[in-house]
Design a protein around this ligand. Structure first.
Ligand SMILES: [Zn+2]
Length: 320
């Protein structure tokens, strides 16, 4: 993580590609400090940006169709009311600015494809792996991983603020209190797969990966009543078997992340160290013994970045 912080030094690199692969590698370990680093990928920033913003972008007529269907004015009215409540909640929870309201969800979900450089050989037809959802809206998605810290304040804060987020859960850290995530689910948060034991998946056989991924599918379905559609591999590491196994047990998409939030800073995957429409933000269920603040501190910090940059947080499951 040192790499990302040495902004000044990194800027001096003449070859942008070198910079990108460094940042990607540094951020790749995001899920946990103890994790193995992400395998270097061929980073082609310009081409990637083209690919991200080009053909996958949401059809421009999607919004028109939505408004024609009568969703427009009703949504605006509702949104105004909930923005008032959100402003009061922002004050209560110590946010500097009121989080912006997300636009209504698209009538049709965008077509998502694997990010360039993130493909596996022969992976056609397998769940897409991506870090940004194709959209032109100024929205980002908040995803929280693992599940070690179970801070009741987080549940209250997020429901007061009406900020959507998605949880990617690993059984070995949630199994001492499944009830916490039941409350989270009851608050409208979707619970997704992050394996049983948080292993480095490419180091496992097909059968072992199946146990980790499908085992967690079964467990989450049994505990929480619905089978996840999304899976995030620990540390962002995967291979073809990971995606084959995931597809086999009901996973439709594999969202990674474009940036990572901490209570005191952000870490960025992209060379421009900025947010982009549709970016997925990763953070973790961690407490003050693991990082420089509480879960509410982390939310205050990441929301400051998101709101200052003019973005709203949207619900990942509305787009994926
Ligand atoms: Zn993790």
């Amino acid at each position: 993580m040192q790499l990302v912080r040495q902004k000044g030094k990194l800027r001096a690199y003449r070859v942008r590609a070198a910079l990108v692969s460094l940042v990607v590698a540094a951020l790749g370990s995001g899920c946990a400090a103890e994790g193995p680093p992400e395998a270097p990928r061929s980073a082609r920033p310009a081409a990637e940006k083209e690919a991200r913003r080009g053909p996958q972008a949401q059809k421009p007529d999607a919004r028109k169709a939505r408004e024609a269907a009568g969703g427009g004015s009703a949504h605006r009215e509702k949104a105004a009311i909930s923005q008032k409540a959100r402003a009061a909640a922002a004050k209560k929870w110590g946010l500097e600015r009121t989080p912006l309201a997300a636009p209504p969800p698209p009538a049709v979900k965008p077509r998502i494809t694997t990010r360039k450089g993130f493909e596996v050989k022969g992976g056609e037809g397998l769940p897409p792996v991506f870090t940004t959802v194709p959209t032109k809206e100024k929205i980002v998605f908040l995803t929280i991983d693992d599940g070690a810290e179970k801070d009741p304040e987080l549940l209250r804060m997020m429901s007061d603020l009406r900020i959507p987020y998605s949880a990617f859960l690993s059984d070995y850290v949630i199994n001492d209190d499944y009830g916490y995530f039941e409350k989270m689910r009851d608050g409208g948060v979707a619970l997704h797969n992050h394996t049983l034991n948080h292993p480095y998946l490419p180091g496992l056989s097909y059968a072992e990966q199946k146990r980790e991924i499908c085992g967690q599918q079964d467990k989450l379905e049994k505990r929480y009543g619905s089978r996840p559609r999304l899976m995030r591999p620990p540390y962002g590491n995967y291979n073809k078997d990971t995606l084959r196994v995931a597809k086999k047990c009901g996973i439709e998409a594999v969202p990674l992340w474009a940036s990572e939030a901490f209570p005191d800073h952000m870490e960025w995957r992209e060379w421009d160290r900025d947010l982009h429409p549709g970016d997925i933000i990763l953070t973790h269920f961690r407490g003050e013994e693991d990082w420089a603040g509480s879960m509410p501190d982390m939310i205050r910090r990441v929301m400051r970045t998101i709101t200052e940059k003019g973005y709203a947080v949207a619900r990942l499951e509305d787009y994926v």
